[in-house]
Design a protein around this ligand. Structure first.
Ligand SMILES: CC(C)(COP(=O)(O)OP(=O)(O)OC[C@H]1O[C@@H](n2cnc3c(N)ncnc32)[C@H](O)[C@@H]1OP(=O)(O)O)[C@@H](O)C(=O)NCCC(=O)NCCS
Length: 172
């Protein structure tokens, strides 16, 4: 999979991305905004484990964000089970060196369209930690609407926090 965009390319993960992945993922400022399953510190063993998992994933729902050929971030979605099966949760991160250039907004827009079309979904959603206005702004710019504040719904870095729920919906 490859979607060329003006500021980045959203593409399949590839062997050889590991070094760049560690360089950009091994950052507390990235980790603090993600689920704890995203490791910190982020080691080359973590990158190897991720690569083995993601290369085997079918259907492919996790992609690298590449700038100048280097994988500098990730964006993916998780199709939900049972009665939630027409929804997916989207997640994303970008290396701090690339923040503030509009890269994630275009990547989230493109992957949202890709997910809705490829899997005939009617809803994509994301839950954002209360301290992450940049992510909320990305989702808003990509067409998502704030639906709810999930009070005291997550624990991160030893703090119980609110999450803000964003979603975009489509007619089937
Ligand atoms: C959140 C993140 C994905 C943003 O990526 P990015 O490529 O820098 O985003 P963009 O440049 O497309 O847009 C960022 C927007 O947030 C705004 N923003 C940044 N910091 C902000 C702040 N502290 N308060 C309010 N808005 C802020 C920017 O001004 C911009 O909006 P604008 O275009 O209206 O000016 C990136 O910082 C990141 O990966 N963070 C760590 C992981 C993470 O938070 N993932 C999302 C989990 S839900």
């Amino acid at each position: 999979m490859q979607i060329p965009l003006p500021l980045c390319t959203v593409r399949s993960w590839r062997r050889g991305d590991e070094a760049s992945l560690v360089r950009h993922a091994n950052n507390r400022n990235v980790w603090i905004n993600l689920r704890d399953r995203f490791p910190h510190p982020y080691t080359s063993d973590d990158a190897a484990r991720w690569m083995a998992w993601v290369l085997a994933e079918r259907p492919e729902t996790n992609f690298a964000i590449a700038v100048g050929g280097d994988a500098v971030g990730g964006v993916g979605y998780e199709i939900q089970p049972d009665v939630l099966r027409m929804s997916a949760e989207i997640g994303f991160w970008l290396g701090e060196a690339y923040w503030g250039r509009g890269i994630m907004t275009e990547a989230v827009r493109a992957v949202t369209e890709h997910a809705l079309r490829t899997h005939q979904l009617v809803r994509l959603y994301a839950t954002v930690f209360e301290w992450n206005p940049a992510s909320m702004r990305v989702l808003e710019k990509a067409g998502y609407t704030q639906e709810a504040r999930l009070r005291r719904s997550a624990v991160k870095d030893g703090r119980v926090i609110d999450q803000v729920l964003y979603a975009i919906t489509r007619e089937p």
